[in-house]
Design a protein. Structure first.
Length: 435
């Protein structure tokens, strides 16, 4: 991923030097386990740890790979250059390349998941703060982009919080599912390596042994992991689209923070564009782009092929780096977002009283009017509000049939905004808990 959309903490996980360090730890821990089992001499296992402080030369490994055309062999050759060829002769004993590659990849994904969980926590904290701040800030709810009934800005933030809280649980589950390792040898039968070696290596790396691998760890695990990233990205876009809508000139109920010296347009000095949330929409597309290839990686030939390899070399870094950046950008947007309560009320009153139409409809049915009759009575007045911008309450009070059914006091009572917010505390308790 390009530096523009990258954070160093996540990109470091995918650096070649990090990968080779993990490869080394896998091989060294495997040697320890084999020495414990008496398979290789203890002094050879100890000799491998002579490289524990070595900075592996990425350029040198690339140079060797240019000849061998095999990345793991190139690394093992370079390791022997540090440890000594005689001392390193038992390294990789009974193992196959996928034992190293797959176990390393899952270590990287687990580390990436931890960073993503931290990003989700930041988003959740920002959403909760804004939800509490605007729990009772009235705004009009919209369905199909059209005014529906009153809600609150706090409820908007609260529903996004609940969605991201579900995503955190999904990410935690995806982390657990991907946290497996395999040191099972060619075609996964342990024919040339003891299963206890796998158990030791996994324990040292914070993984669980894969219950059954072939020559690779099953890719349904990875498909579920990247699918989770895709869902989280979609939720980011869901929030971003709402903020973009709020910032439209005709709406202007909320907006991204506009810093001193910031410019919105090279041509029009007046512009304040929702560039960060538009960017988030684009980044979400990139993360979702990894989901289908991850799904297609599940079906491999027999015990192993490498059709998944090129895919994962790209989607592993790109999807996690992009999502990490997007989560932290979203958190920043929510933390600094500008809210305009007066504009929310102005928007709700563009068609005065119209948002109370359902309450009047229900009151008429409770008063004995048929639903069809009540609907007709309310709609004929509502359409005048649409067409002439008249006040809905005044129209109802001038409608003899409605007054006869409800009475003037009952009509006026139906325009109390508090009616629509009376259960906000109940909803908040469900989302955030009673505390």
């Amino acid at each position: 991923m390009i530096p523009r959309y990258s954070r160093p903490e996540m990109t470091d996980i995918w650096e070649p030097a990090t990968k080779f360090r993990i490869w080394y730890e896998i091989e060294a821990h495997a040697c320890d386990a084999m020495a414990d089992l008496g398979v290789i001499p203890r002094e050879n296992a100890q000799a491998v740890w002579k490289a524990k402080d070595v900075e592996f030369d990425v350029a040198r490994i690339d140079e060797i790979e240019a000849v061998t055309k095999h990345d793991v062999i190139a690394f093992l050759t370079h390791l022997a250059e540090h440890v000594g060829s005689e001392e390193a002769r038992f390294v990789h004993q009974g193992m196959t390349s996928s034992d190293v590659l797959d176990t390393c990849f899952n270590v990287q994904l687990v580390r990436a998941a931890d960073i993503l969980l931290s990003g989700l926590d930041r988003v959740l904290a920002a959403l909760k703060t804004r939800a509490m701040e605007h729990k009772d800030t009235l705004r009009v709810g919209r369905s199909h982009g059209i005014h529906a009934e009153p809600t609150t800005m706090g409820l908007t933030f609260a529903r996004f919080y609940a969605e991201m809280d579900r995503n955190r649980a999904r990410m935690q589950a995806a982390r657990a599912e991907i946290a497996t390792g395999a040191i099972s040898g060619a075609v996964g039968t342990f024919a040339n390596i003891d299963p206890r070696v796998e158990e030791h290596v996994c324990a040292q790396l914070g993984l669980e042994p894969e219950p059954i691998s072939t020559q690779v760890i099953p890719r349904d695990r990875h498909a579920a992991f990247f699918a989770t990233l895709g869902v989280i990205a979609s939720s980011i876009e869901n929030i971003a689209v709402e903020i973009r809508h709020m910032q439209r000139t005709e709406v202007l109920e909320g907006a991204e923070f506009f810093s001193m010296g910031q410019k919105g347009s090279s041509a029009m000095p007046h512009k304040k564009n929702p560039v960060l949330t538009e960017n988030l929409t684009g980044l979400a597309r990139l993360v979702r782009m990894s989901v289908i290839p991850a799904m297609e990686n599940v079906a491999l030939w027999h015990e192993r092929d490498i059709s998944h390899s090129s895919v994962e070399r790209m989607i592993g870094p790109d999807a996690t780096i992009t999502l990490d950046f997007a989560l932290n950008r979203l958190a920043g947007v929510v933390e600094k977002m500008l809210i305009f309560p007066d504009n929310m009320l102005d928007n709700m009153n563009k068609f005065p009283g119209l948002v109370m139409s359902q309450r009047v409809l229900l009151a008429l049915t409770q008063a004995g009017v048929s639903r069809e009759g009540a609907y007709a009575m309310v709609q004929r007045n509502a359409l005048k509000v649409w067409e002439e911008r008249l006040d809905f309450q005044d129209l109802l009070l001038s409608d003899a049939e409605v007054v006869a059914a409800l009475g003037e006091d009952a009509i006026r009572e139906k325009f109390d905004m508090g009616y629509h917010t009376k259960h906000v505390d109940t909803i908040f308790a469900r989302v955030f808990g009673d505390g």
